[in-house]
Design a protein around this ligand. Structure first.
Ligand code: ADP
Length: 611
Protein backbone atom coordinates (compact mmCIF):
# COMPACT_ATOMS: atom_id res chain seq x y z
CA UNK A 1 0.00 0.00 0.00
CA UNK A 2 3.05 2.23 0.22
CA UNK A 3 2.75 3.11 -3.42
CA UNK A 4 -0.85 4.29 -3.00
CA UNK A 5 -1.28 7.58 -4.80
CA UNK A 6 -1.44 9.63 -1.61
CA UNK A 7 -3.28 12.63 -2.98
CA UNK A 8 -6.06 10.52 -4.41
CA UNK A 9 -6.39 8.65 -1.14
CA UNK A 10 -6.56 11.88 0.86
CA UNK A 11 -9.17 13.24 -1.56
CA UNK A 12 -11.23 10.08 -1.12
CA UNK A 13 -11.13 10.44 2.66
CA UNK A 14 -12.06 14.11 2.32
CA UNK A 15 -15.07 13.14 0.22
CA UNK A 16 -16.11 10.51 2.77
CA UNK A 17 -15.85 13.03 5.57
CA UNK A 18 -17.84 15.66 3.63
CA UNK A 19 -20.48 13.15 2.70
CA UNK A 20 -20.83 11.95 6.30
CA UNK A 21 -21.39 15.53 7.46
CA UNK A 22 -23.88 16.19 4.68
CA UNK A 23 -25.72 12.97 5.43
CA UNK A 24 -26.06 14.05 9.05
CA UNK A 25 -27.83 17.23 8.01
CA UNK A 26 -30.75 15.67 6.22
CA UNK A 27 -34.21 15.32 7.77
CA UNK A 28 -33.99 11.60 7.22
CA UNK A 29 -30.90 11.61 9.41
CA UNK A 30 -32.76 13.65 12.04
CA UNK A 31 -35.49 11.01 12.08
CA UNK A 32 -33.00 8.16 12.30
CA UNK A 33 -31.12 9.95 15.07
CA UNK A 34 -34.37 10.37 17.00
CA UNK A 35 -35.32 6.73 16.59
CA UNK A 36 -31.90 5.63 17.76
CA UNK A 37 -32.19 8.03 20.70
CA UNK A 38 -35.46 6.36 21.70
CA UNK A 39 -33.90 2.93 21.23
CA UNK A 40 -30.94 3.78 23.47
CA UNK A 41 -33.36 5.21 25.99
CA UNK A 42 -35.20 1.92 26.21
CA UNK A 43 -31.92 0.02 26.29
CA UNK A 44 -30.71 1.93 29.31
CA UNK A 45 -32.37 -0.01 32.09
CA UNK A 46 -30.34 1.39 34.95
CA UNK A 47 -32.52 2.11 37.96
CA UNK A 48 -32.50 5.80 38.78
CA UNK A 49 -32.41 7.07 42.37
CA UNK A 50 -35.79 6.92 44.13
CA UNK A 51 -38.35 9.40 42.84
CA UNK A 52 -38.92 12.52 44.89
CA UNK A 53 -42.21 13.29 43.17
CA UNK A 54 -45.63 11.66 43.09
CA UNK A 55 -48.40 11.97 40.56
CA UNK A 56 -51.71 12.69 42.19
CA UNK A 57 -54.09 11.85 39.39
CA UNK A 58 -57.69 12.51 38.59
CA UNK A 59 -58.56 9.27 36.84
CA UNK A 60 -61.74 7.96 35.27
CA UNK A 61 -63.13 6.73 38.56
CA UNK A 62 -62.46 10.03 40.34
CA UNK A 63 -64.18 11.93 37.55
CA UNK A 64 -67.16 9.58 37.58
CA UNK A 65 -67.58 9.93 41.32
CA UNK A 66 -67.16 13.73 41.23
CA UNK A 67 -69.63 14.47 38.44
CA UNK A 68 -67.30 14.65 35.46
CA UNK A 69 -65.19 17.54 34.19
CA UNK A 70 -67.94 20.04 35.06
CA UNK A 71 -67.24 19.44 38.70
CA UNK A 72 -63.46 19.63 38.31
CA UNK A 73 -62.95 22.46 40.78
CA UNK A 74 -64.97 20.67 43.41
CA UNK A 75 -63.03 17.46 42.82
CA UNK A 76 -59.76 19.41 43.03
CA UNK A 77 -60.76 21.22 46.21
CA UNK A 78 -61.72 17.91 47.88
CA UNK A 79 -58.57 16.18 46.71
CA UNK A 80 -56.27 18.98 47.81
CA UNK A 81 -57.91 19.13 51.22
CA UNK A 82 -57.31 15.43 51.56
CA UNK A 83 -53.67 15.93 50.53
CA UNK A 84 -52.81 18.53 53.15
CA UNK A 85 -52.42 16.18 56.15
CA UNK A 86 -50.09 14.01 54.04
CA UNK A 87 -47.49 16.79 54.31
CA UNK A 88 -46.25 17.18 50.73
CA UNK A 89 -43.38 19.59 50.27
CA UNK A 90 -44.64 21.17 47.07
CA UNK A 91 -47.82 20.84 45.03
CA UNK A 92 -47.77 21.51 41.29
CA UNK A 93 -51.11 21.73 39.51
CA UNK A 94 -50.97 20.65 35.89
CA UNK A 95 -54.41 22.11 35.27
CA UNK A 96 -54.79 25.66 33.99
CA UNK A 97 -57.31 27.37 36.29
CA UNK A 98 -58.01 30.40 34.17
CA UNK A 99 -61.74 29.96 33.87
CA UNK A 100 -63.52 32.94 35.45
CA UNK A 101 -67.02 31.61 35.00
CA UNK A 102 -66.49 28.88 37.57
CA UNK A 103 -69.05 28.71 40.34
CA UNK A 104 -68.23 31.06 43.17
CA UNK A 105 -68.67 28.51 45.93
CA UNK A 106 -66.33 25.96 44.31
CA UNK A 107 -63.77 28.64 43.63
CA UNK A 108 -63.78 29.68 47.25
CA UNK A 109 -63.31 26.11 48.37
CA UNK A 110 -60.36 25.78 45.97
CA UNK A 111 -58.84 29.05 47.21
CA UNK A 112 -59.16 27.80 50.78
CA UNK A 113 -57.62 24.39 49.97
CA UNK A 114 -54.74 25.87 48.00
CA UNK A 115 -54.08 28.43 50.71
CA UNK A 116 -53.47 25.65 53.24
CA UNK A 117 -50.92 23.81 51.07
CA UNK A 118 -47.20 24.62 51.00
CA UNK A 119 -45.31 25.70 47.86
CA UNK A 120 -48.14 25.66 45.38
CA UNK A 121 -47.15 26.00 41.72
CA UNK A 122 -49.95 26.74 39.28
CA UNK A 123 -49.96 26.04 35.56
CA UNK A 124 -50.18 28.65 32.83
CA UNK A 125 -50.31 28.15 29.14
CA UNK A 126 -49.39 30.08 26.05
CA UNK A 127 -52.20 30.71 23.59
CA UNK A 128 -52.36 32.62 20.34
CA UNK A 129 -53.35 35.68 22.41
CA UNK A 130 -50.55 35.45 24.91
CA UNK A 131 -50.30 33.95 28.36
CA UNK A 132 -53.34 32.31 29.86
CA UNK A 133 -52.62 32.59 33.56
CA UNK A 134 -54.47 31.11 36.52
CA UNK A 135 -56.96 33.40 38.24
CA UNK A 136 -55.25 36.02 40.34
CA UNK A 137 -57.13 35.15 43.53
CA UNK A 138 -55.79 31.59 43.59
CA UNK A 139 -53.02 31.38 46.20
CA UNK A 140 -49.65 30.07 44.94
CA UNK A 141 -45.95 30.36 45.32
CA UNK A 142 -45.21 30.45 41.60
CA UNK A 143 -46.67 29.93 38.15
CA UNK A 144 -45.03 27.75 35.50
CA UNK A 145 -45.94 26.89 31.95
CA UNK A 146 -46.84 23.35 30.99
CA UNK A 147 -45.67 23.16 27.39
CA UNK A 148 -43.91 20.11 26.19
CA UNK A 149 -42.02 20.26 22.90
CA UNK A 150 -43.10 17.39 20.67
CA UNK A 151 -40.66 16.63 17.88
CA UNK A 152 -42.01 18.27 14.71
CA UNK A 153 -41.20 15.16 12.67
CA UNK A 154 -42.72 12.38 14.74
CA UNK A 155 -44.64 14.15 17.51
CA UNK A 156 -42.67 12.38 20.23
CA UNK A 157 -41.89 14.40 23.35
CA UNK A 158 -38.18 14.09 24.07
CA UNK A 159 -37.67 17.49 25.60
CA UNK A 160 -39.55 20.36 27.19
CA UNK A 161 -38.87 24.08 27.00
CA UNK A 162 -37.71 25.38 30.33
CA UNK A 163 -38.46 28.93 29.34
CA UNK A 164 -41.22 30.48 27.27
CA UNK A 165 -41.50 34.13 26.39
CA UNK A 166 -44.56 35.92 25.05
CA UNK A 167 -44.61 39.65 24.76
CA UNK A 168 -42.73 41.01 27.76
CA UNK A 169 -43.60 38.13 30.04
CA UNK A 170 -41.47 35.07 30.39
CA UNK A 171 -42.29 32.03 32.42
CA UNK A 172 -40.28 29.07 33.54
CA UNK A 173 -41.59 25.58 33.15
CA UNK A 174 -43.83 24.15 35.87
CA UNK A 175 -41.17 21.47 36.46
CA UNK A 176 -38.47 24.07 37.08
CA UNK A 177 -40.67 26.19 39.35
CA UNK A 178 -41.51 23.07 41.32
CA UNK A 179 -37.84 22.20 41.54
CA UNK A 180 -37.11 25.69 42.87
CA UNK A 181 -39.89 25.36 45.42
CA UNK A 182 -38.55 21.97 46.52
CA UNK A 183 -34.96 23.14 46.68
CA UNK A 184 -34.97 26.75 47.84
CA UNK A 185 -31.25 26.37 48.57
CA UNK A 186 -30.37 25.37 44.98
CA UNK A 187 -28.23 27.91 43.16
CA UNK A 188 -29.47 28.38 39.62
CA UNK A 189 -27.41 30.56 37.35
CA UNK A 190 -28.58 31.59 33.95
CA UNK A 191 -26.66 32.62 30.85
CA UNK A 192 -27.52 32.69 27.13
CA UNK A 193 -25.96 29.26 26.57
CA UNK A 194 -27.64 27.40 29.40
CA UNK A 195 -28.29 27.02 33.10
CA UNK A 196 -26.00 25.96 35.89
CA UNK A 197 -27.83 24.19 38.69
CA UNK A 198 -25.77 23.74 41.84
CA UNK A 199 -22.63 23.81 39.73
CA UNK A 200 -23.92 21.26 37.22
CA UNK A 201 -24.05 22.62 33.70
CA UNK A 202 -27.19 22.19 31.64
CA UNK A 203 -26.50 23.33 28.08
CA UNK A 204 -29.81 24.86 27.13
CA UNK A 205 -29.54 27.85 24.84
CA UNK A 206 -31.96 30.66 25.45
CA UNK A 207 -32.54 31.14 21.71
CA UNK A 208 -33.85 27.54 21.55
CA UNK A 209 -36.31 28.19 24.42
CA UNK A 210 -33.97 26.43 26.83
CA UNK A 211 -34.66 22.80 25.96
CA UNK A 212 -34.34 20.10 28.61
CA UNK A 213 -34.00 16.51 27.39
CA UNK A 214 -36.32 14.68 29.76
CA UNK A 215 -34.83 11.60 31.38
CA UNK A 216 -38.01 9.61 31.53
CA UNK A 217 -37.88 7.12 34.34
CA UNK A 218 -37.93 3.49 33.15
CA UNK A 219 -41.16 1.51 33.39
CA UNK A 220 -39.56 -0.53 36.17
CA UNK A 221 -39.26 2.52 38.40
CA UNK A 222 -41.76 5.13 37.22
CA UNK A 223 -42.88 8.20 39.09
CA UNK A 224 -45.38 6.68 41.54
CA UNK A 225 -49.01 7.54 41.06
CA UNK A 226 -51.91 7.72 43.50
CA UNK A 227 -55.35 8.68 42.27
CA UNK A 228 -57.77 11.00 44.06
CA UNK A 229 -60.15 8.08 44.47
CA UNK A 230 -57.46 5.87 45.98
CA UNK A 231 -56.45 8.46 48.57
CA UNK A 232 -60.08 8.97 49.46
CA UNK A 233 -60.59 5.25 50.03
CA UNK A 234 -57.52 4.12 51.87
CA UNK A 235 -54.66 5.70 53.72
CA UNK A 236 -51.97 6.36 51.14
CA UNK A 237 -50.71 9.46 52.85
CA UNK A 238 -47.18 8.15 53.29
CA UNK A 239 -46.59 8.32 49.52
CA UNK A 240 -46.81 12.13 49.55
CA UNK A 241 -44.71 12.98 52.52
CA UNK A 242 -42.00 15.54 51.69
CA UNK A 243 -42.61 14.92 48.00
CA UNK A 244 -43.29 17.16 45.04
CA UNK A 245 -46.86 16.30 44.15
CA UNK A 246 -47.91 16.74 40.54
CA UNK A 247 -51.66 17.04 40.35
CA UNK A 248 -53.32 16.47 37.00
CA UNK A 249 -55.94 14.67 34.99
CA UNK A 250 -54.88 11.16 34.09
CA UNK A 251 -58.28 9.91 32.88
CA UNK A 252 -57.94 8.64 29.31
CA UNK A 253 -61.18 10.35 28.27
CA UNK A 254 -60.38 13.77 29.72
CA UNK A 255 -56.63 14.32 29.47
CA UNK A 256 -55.99 16.01 26.14
CA UNK A 257 -52.29 16.49 26.65
CA UNK A 258 -51.16 12.95 25.96
CA UNK A 259 -47.98 12.39 24.03
CA UNK A 260 -45.66 9.67 22.87
CA UNK A 261 -42.31 9.55 24.64
CA UNK A 262 -39.13 7.58 23.88
CA UNK A 263 -40.39 4.99 26.37
CA UNK A 264 -44.02 4.91 25.43
CA UNK A 265 -43.85 2.27 22.70
CA UNK A 266 -47.20 3.09 21.21
CA UNK A 267 -48.76 4.13 24.48
CA UNK A 268 -48.92 7.78 25.36
CA UNK A 269 -48.02 9.60 28.53
CA UNK A 270 -50.19 12.26 30.14
CA UNK A 271 -48.87 15.79 30.49
CA UNK A 272 -48.72 15.62 34.27
CA UNK A 273 -46.43 12.58 34.11
CA UNK A 274 -44.20 14.32 31.54
CA UNK A 275 -43.93 17.28 33.91
CA UNK A 276 -43.13 14.98 36.83
CA UNK A 277 -40.39 13.30 34.75
CA UNK A 278 -38.99 16.69 33.78
CA UNK A 279 -38.92 17.59 37.45
CA UNK A 280 -37.13 14.32 38.25
CA UNK A 281 -34.57 15.12 35.56
CA UNK A 282 -33.86 18.47 37.19
CA UNK A 283 -33.81 16.93 40.66
CA UNK A 284 -31.29 14.27 39.59
CA UNK A 285 -29.01 17.02 38.26
CA UNK A 286 -27.70 14.42 35.77
CA UNK A 287 -28.58 15.85 32.41
CA UNK A 288 -28.51 14.50 28.90
CA UNK A 289 -26.84 16.89 26.58
CA UNK A 290 -26.68 16.83 22.79
CA UNK A 291 -23.11 16.64 21.51
CA UNK A 292 -21.86 19.94 20.18
CA UNK A 293 -21.29 20.52 16.48
CA UNK A 294 -17.57 20.60 17.02
CA UNK A 295 -17.62 17.29 18.88
CA UNK A 296 -19.66 15.68 16.10
CA UNK A 297 -17.41 17.01 13.35
CA UNK A 298 -14.34 16.00 15.36
CA UNK A 299 -15.68 12.49 15.85
CA UNK A 300 -16.49 12.09 12.14
CA UNK A 301 -13.02 13.35 11.29
CA UNK A 302 -11.35 10.96 13.72
CA UNK A 303 -13.37 8.03 12.38
CA UNK A 304 -12.58 8.87 8.74
CA UNK A 305 -8.94 9.23 9.64
CA UNK A 306 -8.91 5.91 11.49
CA UNK A 307 -10.53 4.11 8.54
CA UNK A 308 -8.00 5.75 6.24
CA UNK A 309 -5.06 4.81 8.46
CA UNK A 310 -6.19 1.17 8.76
CA UNK A 311 -6.21 0.57 5.02
CA UNK A 312 -3.13 2.66 4.48
CA UNK A 313 -0.95 0.88 7.01
CA UNK A 314 -2.42 -2.61 6.99
CA UNK A 315 -3.56 -5.06 4.39
CA UNK A 316 -5.17 -8.48 4.18
CA UNK A 317 -7.02 -9.92 7.15
CA UNK A 318 -5.31 -7.54 9.57
CA UNK A 319 -6.90 -4.60 7.79
CA UNK A 320 -10.32 -6.21 7.68
CA UNK A 321 -10.14 -7.27 11.31
CA UNK A 322 -9.14 -3.75 12.36
CA UNK A 323 -11.95 -2.30 10.25
CA UNK A 324 -14.40 -4.64 11.98
CA UNK A 325 -13.10 -3.47 15.35
CA UNK A 326 -13.52 0.13 14.24
CA UNK A 327 -17.09 -0.54 13.12
CA UNK A 328 -18.00 -2.16 16.42
CA UNK A 329 -16.26 0.59 18.38
CA UNK A 330 -18.15 3.37 16.63
CA UNK A 331 -21.47 1.60 17.17
CA UNK A 332 -20.63 1.08 20.82
CA UNK A 333 -19.40 4.63 21.18
CA UNK A 334 -22.84 6.17 20.70
CA UNK A 335 -24.15 3.89 23.40
CA UNK A 336 -21.27 4.57 25.77
CA UNK A 337 -21.62 8.33 25.24
CA UNK A 338 -25.36 8.09 25.84
CA UNK A 339 -24.76 6.38 29.16
CA UNK A 340 -22.44 9.21 30.05
CA UNK A 341 -25.21 11.66 29.22
CA UNK A 342 -23.90 12.80 25.83
CA UNK A 343 -26.26 12.36 22.91
CA UNK A 344 -24.37 12.00 19.66
CA UNK A 345 -26.20 12.12 16.37
CA UNK A 346 -26.11 8.61 15.01
CA UNK A 347 -26.03 9.15 11.28
CA UNK A 348 -22.85 11.20 10.95
CA UNK A 349 -20.41 8.85 12.74
CA UNK A 350 -22.11 5.82 11.25
CA UNK A 351 -21.91 7.25 7.72
CA UNK A 352 -18.27 8.11 8.37
CA UNK A 353 -17.33 4.65 9.57
CA UNK A 354 -19.25 2.64 6.96
CA UNK A 355 -18.40 4.86 4.04
CA UNK A 356 -14.85 5.28 5.29
CA UNK A 357 -14.12 1.58 5.59
CA UNK A 358 -15.96 0.68 2.38
CA UNK A 359 -14.22 3.38 0.35
CA UNK A 360 -10.73 2.76 1.70
CA UNK A 361 -11.09 -1.00 1.50
CA UNK A 362 -12.18 -0.81 -2.15
CA UNK A 363 -9.43 1.66 -2.85
CA UNK A 364 -6.88 -0.74 -1.42
CA UNK A 365 -8.43 -3.60 -3.33
CA UNK A 366 -8.21 -1.79 -6.66
CA UNK A 367 -4.70 -0.51 -6.04
CA UNK A 368 -3.51 -4.01 -5.16
CA UNK A 369 -5.23 -5.38 -8.20
CA UNK A 370 -3.61 -2.78 -10.41
CA UNK A 371 -0.21 -3.58 -8.94
CA UNK A 372 -0.85 -7.24 -9.58
CA UNK A 373 -1.77 -6.52 -13.20
CA UNK A 374 1.34 -4.47 -13.63
CA UNK A 375 3.49 -7.20 -12.12
CA UNK A 376 1.92 -9.72 -14.46
CA UNK A 377 2.44 -7.47 -17.47
CA UNK A 378 6.04 -6.90 -16.44
CA UNK A 379 6.61 -10.61 -16.11
CA UNK A 380 5.17 -11.44 -19.50
CA UNK A 381 7.14 -8.60 -21.09
CA UNK A 382 10.28 -9.92 -19.47
CA UNK A 383 9.59 -13.43 -20.63
CA UNK A 384 9.01 -12.17 -24.15
CA UNK A 385 12.29 -10.29 -24.04
CA UNK A 386 14.21 -13.31 -22.73
CA UNK A 387 12.64 -15.41 -25.41
CA UNK A 388 13.66 -12.94 -28.04
CA UNK A 389 17.20 -12.55 -26.81
CA UNK A 390 17.68 -16.28 -26.54
CA UNK A 391 16.48 -16.54 -30.10
CA UNK A 392 18.76 -13.75 -31.26
CA UNK A 393 21.73 -15.28 -29.51
CA UNK A 394 21.30 -18.53 -31.30
CA UNK A 395 22.72 -17.47 -34.71
CA UNK A 396 25.97 -15.83 -33.48
CA UNK A 397 26.43 -18.74 -31.07
CA UNK A 398 25.95 -21.28 -33.84
CA UNK A 399 28.51 -19.45 -35.95
CA UNK A 400 30.99 -19.31 -33.08
CA UNK A 401 30.46 -22.96 -32.20
CA UNK A 402 30.80 -24.08 -35.82
CA UNK A 403 33.93 -22.07 -36.51
CA UNK A 404 35.68 -22.98 -33.28
CA UNK A 405 34.89 -26.64 -33.86
CA UNK A 406 36.31 -26.53 -37.37
CA UNK A 407 39.41 -24.76 -36.12
CA UNK A 408 39.96 -27.30 -33.39
CA UNK A 409 39.28 -30.37 -35.48
CA UNK A 410 41.02 -29.59 -38.77
CA UNK A 411 44.28 -28.13 -39.72
CA UNK A 412 43.17 -25.20 -41.79
CA UNK A 413 45.20 -22.93 -44.01
CA UNK A 414 46.38 -19.77 -42.24
CA UNK A 415 44.16 -17.50 -44.28
CA UNK A 416 41.07 -19.52 -43.48
CA UNK A 417 42.00 -19.62 -39.78
CA UNK A 418 42.40 -15.86 -39.68
CA UNK A 419 39.04 -15.46 -41.38
CA UNK A 420 37.36 -17.76 -38.86
CA UNK A 421 39.04 -16.07 -35.92
CA UNK A 422 37.80 -12.74 -37.26
CA UNK A 423 34.32 -14.16 -37.54
CA UNK A 424 34.39 -15.50 -33.99
CA UNK A 425 35.57 -12.14 -32.84
CA UNK A 426 32.87 -10.15 -34.62
CA UNK A 427 30.11 -12.58 -33.66
CA UNK A 428 31.10 -12.52 -30.00
CA UNK A 429 31.15 -8.72 -30.20
CA UNK A 430 27.66 -8.85 -31.63
CA UNK A 431 26.63 -11.07 -28.72
CA UNK A 432 28.14 -8.63 -26.28
CA UNK A 433 26.28 -5.72 -27.89
CA UNK A 434 23.07 -7.67 -27.86
CA UNK A 435 23.39 -8.36 -24.15
CA UNK A 436 24.30 -4.74 -23.43
CA UNK A 437 21.37 -3.38 -25.37
CA UNK A 438 19.03 -5.79 -23.73
CA UNK A 439 20.19 -4.77 -20.28
CA UNK A 440 19.91 -1.09 -21.19
CA UNK A 441 16.35 -1.50 -22.36
CA UNK A 442 15.36 -3.36 -19.25
CA UNK A 443 16.92 -0.82 -16.98
CA UNK A 444 15.41 2.09 -18.88
CA UNK A 445 11.90 0.68 -18.89
CA UNK A 446 12.19 -0.33 -15.23
CA UNK A 447 13.09 3.27 -14.47
CA UNK A 448 16.34 2.05 -12.92
CA UNK A 449 18.55 3.94 -15.32
CA UNK A 450 19.58 7.09 -13.55
CA UNK A 451 18.53 10.00 -15.65
CA UNK A 452 20.73 13.02 -15.00
CA UNK A 453 19.05 16.43 -14.99
CA UNK A 454 21.94 18.61 -16.06
CA UNK A 455 22.33 21.15 -18.80
CA UNK A 456 24.53 20.03 -21.69
CA UNK A 457 25.52 21.50 -25.05
CA UNK A 458 23.64 19.71 -27.81
CA UNK A 459 26.26 20.75 -30.41
CA UNK A 460 28.87 18.65 -28.59
CA UNK A 461 26.56 15.69 -28.50
CA UNK A 462 25.92 15.84 -32.26
CA UNK A 463 29.59 16.23 -33.11
CA UNK A 464 30.70 13.40 -30.81
CA UNK A 465 28.06 11.00 -32.15
CA UNK A 466 29.00 11.83 -35.74
CA UNK A 467 32.62 11.25 -35.01
CA UNK A 468 31.84 7.82 -33.58
CA UNK A 469 29.64 6.86 -36.51
CA UNK A 470 32.08 8.13 -39.12
CA UNK A 471 34.09 4.86 -39.44
CA UNK A 472 30.89 2.90 -40.09
CA UNK A 473 29.95 5.29 -42.88
CA UNK A 474 33.41 5.13 -44.36
CA UNK A 475 33.24 1.37 -44.45
CA UNK A 476 30.32 1.76 -46.85
CA UNK A 477 32.00 4.66 -48.64
CA UNK A 478 29.22 6.94 -47.48
CA UNK A 479 29.49 10.60 -46.67
CA UNK A 480 28.11 12.03 -43.46
CA UNK A 481 27.60 15.78 -43.52
CA UNK A 482 26.60 18.29 -40.89
CA UNK A 483 24.54 20.71 -42.87
CA UNK A 484 23.63 23.08 -40.06
CA UNK A 485 23.98 23.04 -36.29
CA UNK A 486 22.24 25.43 -33.90
CA UNK A 487 24.19 25.63 -30.69
CA UNK A 488 21.94 25.34 -27.67
CA UNK A 489 21.72 23.87 -24.20
CA UNK A 490 19.36 21.05 -23.28
CA UNK A 491 18.60 19.74 -19.86
CA UNK A 492 18.86 16.05 -19.16
CA UNK A 493 21.28 13.19 -19.61
CA UNK A 494 24.05 13.90 -22.06
CA UNK A 495 25.17 10.31 -22.35
CA UNK A 496 21.73 8.99 -23.13
CA UNK A 497 21.19 11.74 -25.67
CA UNK A 498 24.42 10.76 -27.39
CA UNK A 499 23.21 7.18 -27.44
CA UNK A 500 20.02 8.33 -29.16
CA UNK A 501 21.73 10.48 -31.80
CA UNK A 502 24.33 7.80 -32.44
CA UNK A 503 21.57 5.26 -32.90
CA UNK A 504 19.85 7.37 -35.57
CA UNK A 505 23.16 7.80 -37.36
CA UNK A 506 24.06 4.11 -37.31
CA UNK A 507 20.55 3.21 -38.50
CA UNK A 508 20.91 5.68 -41.36
CA UNK A 509 24.17 4.01 -42.35
CA UNK A 510 22.87 0.50 -41.77
CA UNK A 511 19.76 0.88 -43.87
CA UNK A 512 21.37 2.67 -46.82
CA UNK A 513 23.17 1.32 -49.87
CA UNK A 514 26.86 2.06 -50.34
CA UNK A 515 28.08 5.45 -51.58
CA UNK A 516 25.03 7.34 -50.44
CA UNK A 517 24.75 10.38 -48.20
CA UNK A 518 23.66 10.95 -44.64
CA UNK A 519 22.82 14.54 -43.77
CA UNK A 520 22.44 16.02 -40.30
CA UNK A 521 20.78 19.39 -39.78
CA UNK A 522 19.03 21.34 -37.04
CA UNK A 523 16.40 24.06 -36.75
CA UNK A 524 15.92 26.14 -33.61
CA UNK A 525 12.78 28.10 -32.77
CA UNK A 526 9.89 28.46 -30.38
CA UNK A 527 11.90 26.98 -27.53
CA UNK A 528 12.50 23.71 -29.38
CA UNK A 529 15.32 22.20 -31.31
CA UNK A 530 14.62 20.00 -34.31
CA UNK A 531 17.52 17.65 -35.03
CA UNK A 532 17.15 15.66 -38.25
CA UNK A 533 19.12 12.75 -39.70
CA UNK A 534 18.32 12.16 -43.37
CA UNK A 535 19.51 9.22 -45.43
CA UNK A 536 19.08 7.94 -48.99
CA UNK A 537 18.39 4.41 -47.88
CA UNK A 538 15.77 1.71 -48.19
CA UNK A 539 13.06 3.71 -46.40
CA UNK A 540 9.73 2.26 -45.29
CA UNK A 541 6.04 2.76 -45.84
CA UNK A 542 3.72 4.71 -43.57
CA UNK A 543 2.38 1.67 -41.78
CA UNK A 544 5.87 0.47 -40.95
CA UNK A 545 6.96 3.93 -39.87
CA UNK A 546 4.31 3.81 -37.16
CA UNK A 547 5.62 0.52 -35.78
CA UNK A 548 9.39 0.92 -35.77
CA UNK A 549 9.43 2.35 -32.24
CA UNK A 550 7.85 -0.78 -30.89
CA UNK A 551 10.35 -3.00 -29.18
CA UNK A 552 11.66 -5.84 -31.40
CA UNK A 553 9.96 -4.57 -34.54
CA UNK A 554 11.91 -4.74 -37.80
CA UNK A 555 10.71 -4.02 -41.30
CA UNK A 556 10.75 -6.76 -43.93
CA UNK A 557 12.94 -4.61 -46.11
CA UNK A 558 15.51 -4.20 -43.33
CA UNK A 559 15.57 -7.93 -42.65
CA UNK A 560 16.12 -8.65 -46.34
CA UNK A 561 19.00 -6.17 -46.42
CA UNK A 562 20.74 -8.44 -43.94
CA UNK A 563 21.57 -5.46 -41.71
CA UNK A 564 18.66 -5.62 -39.32
CA UNK A 565 19.56 -5.80 -35.64
CA UNK A 566 17.43 -6.51 -32.62
CA UNK A 567 14.72 -3.94 -33.32
CA UNK A 568 15.32 -2.47 -29.89
CA UNK A 569 17.41 0.63 -30.67
CA UNK A 570 14.59 2.95 -31.75
CA UNK A 571 12.40 2.01 -28.81
CA UNK A 572 15.22 3.21 -26.56
CA UNK A 573 15.69 6.35 -28.65
CA UNK A 574 12.04 7.17 -28.25
CA UNK A 575 12.14 6.63 -24.51
CA UNK A 576 15.16 8.87 -24.20
CA UNK A 577 13.53 11.63 -26.24
CA UNK A 578 10.35 11.38 -24.18
CA UNK A 579 12.39 11.49 -20.97
CA UNK A 580 13.76 14.77 -22.23
CA UNK A 581 10.28 16.13 -22.81
CA UNK A 582 10.38 15.75 -26.58
CA UNK A 583 9.09 13.54 -29.38
CA UNK A 584 10.37 11.87 -32.53
CA UNK A 585 9.03 12.17 -36.08
CA UNK A 586 9.74 10.04 -39.18
CA UNK A 587 9.33 10.90 -42.82
CA UNK A 588 10.00 8.04 -45.15
CA UNK A 589 8.89 6.19 -48.22
CA UNK A 590 10.14 2.88 -49.59
CA UNK A 591 13.33 3.25 -51.58
CA UNK A 592 13.42 7.00 -51.18
CA UNK A 593 15.28 7.31 -47.89
CA UNK A 594 14.17 8.34 -44.42
CA UNK A 595 14.39 11.41 -42.30
CA UNK A 596 14.25 10.99 -38.49
CA UNK A 597 13.69 14.22 -36.51
CA UNK A 598 13.98 14.62 -32.77
CA UNK A 599 11.96 17.57 -31.43
CA UNK A 600 13.39 18.61 -28.07
CA UNK A 601 12.65 21.44 -25.64
CA UNK A 602 15.60 23.80 -25.32
CA UNK A 603 16.89 25.00 -21.97
CA UNK A 604 18.88 27.85 -23.37
CA UNK A 605 19.68 28.91 -26.95
CA UNK A 606 23.31 29.95 -27.16
CA UNK A 607 23.66 31.04 -30.72
CA UNK A 608 21.24 30.65 -33.53
CA UNK A 609 21.95 29.75 -37.09
CA UNK A 610 25.48 28.58 -36.25
CA UNK A 611 27.10 26.01 -38.40
P1 ADP B 1 17.50 -2.40 -35.39
O1 ADP B 1 18.06 -1.39 -36.30
O2 ADP B 1 18.49 -2.93 -34.41
O3 ADP B 1 16.71 -3.46 -36.06
P2 ADP B 1 15.93 -0.21 -34.44
O4 ADP B 1 14.97 -0.16 -33.34
O5 ADP B 1 17.03 0.76 -34.43
O6 ADP B 1 16.43 -1.70 -34.46
O7 ADP B 1 15.10 -0.05 -35.75
C1 ADP B 1 13.90 -0.73 -35.91
C2 ADP B 1 13.60 -0.97 -37.37
O8 ADP B 1 13.28 0.26 -37.97
C3 ADP B 1 14.75 -1.49 -38.14
O9 ADP B 1 14.82 -2.88 -38.03
C4 ADP B 1 14.38 -1.05 -39.54
O10 ADP B 1 13.47 -1.95 -40.07
C5 ADP B 1 13.71 0.28 -39.30
N1 ADP B 1 14.63 1.42 -39.51
C6 ADP B 1 15.27 2.11 -38.55
N2 ADP B 1 15.99 3.12 -39.06
C7 ADP B 1 15.81 3.07 -40.39
C8 ADP B 1 16.27 3.86 -41.48
N3 ADP B 1 17.09 4.89 -41.31
N4 ADP B 1 15.86 3.49 -42.72
C9 ADP B 1 15.04 2.46 -42.92
N5 ADP B 1 14.55 1.68 -41.93
C10 ADP B 1 14.95 1.98 -40.68
Amino acid sequence: MRRTPGVLYAALLGAVFGFALLAGWTTLAAQIDSDVYDFLFRLDQRTPPPATSVIYGIDERTLRQGGGLAGLRGILADGLERLRPCLPKAVALDIVLADETAAKEENDRLIWALGRLPNVVLASTLTAHGWENPLAQLPRKATGHVHSDPDPYDNVVRQISLEKVAGRERQWALALETFKAMHPEAVIEEDPGGLTIDGVRLPSPREAARPLLVKFRPSTAPVPEVTFAELAEKDQCGAFREKAVFVGITAQSAAQDRHSTPLSFGQTMVGVAINANAYETLASRAFLRPAGNLETVGLALAITFAAGAIFYLLSGWMAYASAAVLLVTVHALTWAAFRQGIVFPYTTPLAAVWLGTAATASFQYFVTRRQLHKAEADRSRYQQAIHFVAHEMRSPLTAIQGSSELMGRYKLPEEKRAQMAQMIHSESQRLGRLIQTFLDVERLSEGQMELAREPFAMGDVVRASMERAQPLAERKRMTMTLQSLDECTLKGDRELMEYAVYNLLTNAVKYSPVETQVTVFTALGGGTLRLSVRDQGIGMDEKEARKIFTKFYRTKRAEQSGEAGTGIGLSIVEQIVVHHGGRIEVQSSPGAGSCFTMVLPVEDALESGGK
